[in-house]
Every structure is written in structure tokens, then in C-alpha cells.
Design a protein around this ligand. Structure first.
Ligand code: FE
Length: 246
């Protein structure tokens, strides 16, 4: 089952709407009954709760000039961003998760000191941020948010998806985490405790999802291929696609 929420929203659209927002052309986002689709839509509005930052406008202006002069190809830029947003980043985190699933000693180190254990696999923060890994179990489900802005574990997950930066997700993940999870397709039993972790510039969280049943015969690489970005943010569970060789 494909994860619709995993589909990256075009950054070009975001940039152009951020510019429109600066001109006061876009309505402010609604908060209250947002669905994942709303999270994605409102991310296009993310810049308009406040006007887009000077940096965002400057980047947009520079990019427009370079494209106009034929010095850069916008498709190439999008491809690079897309790579970091949905391929390179999340794949690093997936390798961390898969290693923890197959190597109990590694899992123990990962939960005790996420920063060091992640560095063992060659992934590290460029901004000196501290990594904390929180484990989902049959009785605890962890969800990661940054209520203040969009702090996110870049070295293991790449660029944050736009819904992660949206006002509805940032507020509702705290107010109504079970409701948010339901909208992402995760329904938790009442006796499962939900823990919401608010990321900061100094501390970034990574969810260690539960290893799905039926994967006992899989090797580490096969397991890593199952792990999605959303599962490591805590808005999805890891599942085995039908027909997968388990
Ligand atoms: Fe932040």
C-alpha cells in the first residue's frame, strides 16, 4: 500500500505560493479539522502565517534570475531536492532502523545514545544536534513534531516533508495526536500510550518503528527497504507489501 503522505509536494509550488503569500494573495491556513491532505495543502501556506522570510524571497529571486539567464535548469534543482527529500535522507534512517531490528546490541546502543549509534553507521549532524531515538512497542507509540518551526533529523531523514512544517500538523500533533494518526491511517488501541516529542534545534527525534510480523526471514537490506520516512516520524507503521518475500 503506497503511502500517499510520502509523496513530496513540489517545492516549486511552495516557492511560487510563498511569493504569492508575500503579496497577500493566499488565505491563511485553517486549523482544526485538517486531514493529511490539508497538512500538505497548508504547507503551501506555511510561509503565510508570517510573510516568507527574507532568505526564502532572496532564494526565489536568485533562482528566477539564474533560470532566466539559462545558467541553471530548474528540473535539475528539483531533482536534487527531491533526492534529499525522499531518497538519500530517509534511506539513511531506514538503515539505522533495520540494523536495530537485526542486531540487539546495536538497538541497545541506539536507544541509549542515538547520536553515537547513528554515527557508527556514518551519519551525523552537521549542526551538532543531538539525536534521540524513541522506540515504538505494542504499548507505546511515539510521534515527532516541531511545534515551533520544522526541526527535523536531516542526517537520517533528509529534508522534512511539507506537511511536517504545516501549522495544522504542528498544533494538532500535540492537541490531538490520536486524531492526527487516524488521518494518516494509523488507528491505535485505547491502551496504547501515545508520546509526542517536540523537536528543537538541539534535540532531534527518530522513531524506531516496530518490526512487522512476517519479516523473520528477511535480511537487513530487505528490512531497510520496508522502512518509510513517515514510520520514522511516527505517523505510519511499517508494513510488509503483499507478495513481498518474507
Ligand atoms: Fe523547528
Amino acid at each position: 500500500m503506497a503511502n500517499a503522505a510520502d509523496k513530496p509536494v513540489g517545492r516549486r509550488k511552495f516557492l511560487s505560493e510563498a511569493a504569492a503569500g508575500a503579496a497577500g494573495l493566499v488565505a491563511s491556513p485553517h486549523i482544526g479539522s485538517a486531514t493529511p491532505a490539508d497538512f500538505r495543502a497548508s504547507e503551501q501556506n506555511a510561509g503565510h502565517q508570517n510573510a516568507p522570510s527574507d532568505v526564502a524571497l532572496r532564494v526565489k529571486a536568485l533562482e528566477s534570475i539564474l533560470v532566466e539567464k539559462g545558467m541553471i535548469d530548474p528540473a535539475t534543482i528539483d531533482a536534487v531536492i527531491e533526492t534529499y527529500e525522499s531518497k538519500v535522507g530517509p534511506r539513511n534512517g531506514a538503515r539505522v532502523v533495520a540494523r536495530a531490528w537485526v542486531d540487539p546490541a546495536y538497538r541497545k546502543r541506539l536507544l541509549a545514545d542515538g547520536t553515537s549509534a547513528i554515527a557508527e553507521l556514518g551519519y551525523g549532524g552537521s549542526q551538532g544536534e543531538h539525536m534521540v531515538v524513541v522506540e515504538n512497542t505494542a504499548t507505546v507509540h511515539n510521534l515527532v513534531v516541531c511545534t515551533l518551526c520544522s526541526c527535523y533529523p536531516w542526517p537520517v531523514l533528509g529534508l522534512p516533508p511539507t506537511w511536517y512544517k504545516s501549522a495544522p500538523y504542528r498544533s494538532r500533533a500535540v492537541i490531538d495526536p490520536r486524531g492526527v494518526l487516524r488521518e494518516f491511517g494509523v488507528t491505535l488501541a485505547d491502551d496504547v500510550q501515545v508520546r509526542v516529542w517536540d523537536s528543537t534545534a538541539e534535540i532531534r527525534y527518530l522513531v524506531l518503528p516496530e518490526r512487522p510480523p512476517g519479516t523473520e526471514g528477511m535480511i537487513e537490506e530487505q528490512l531497510a527497504a520496508l522502512v518509510t520516512r513517515n514510520a520514522m516520524v511516527g505517523v505510519a507503521k511499517v508494513s510488509v507489501p503483499r507478495g513481498a518475500n518474507a
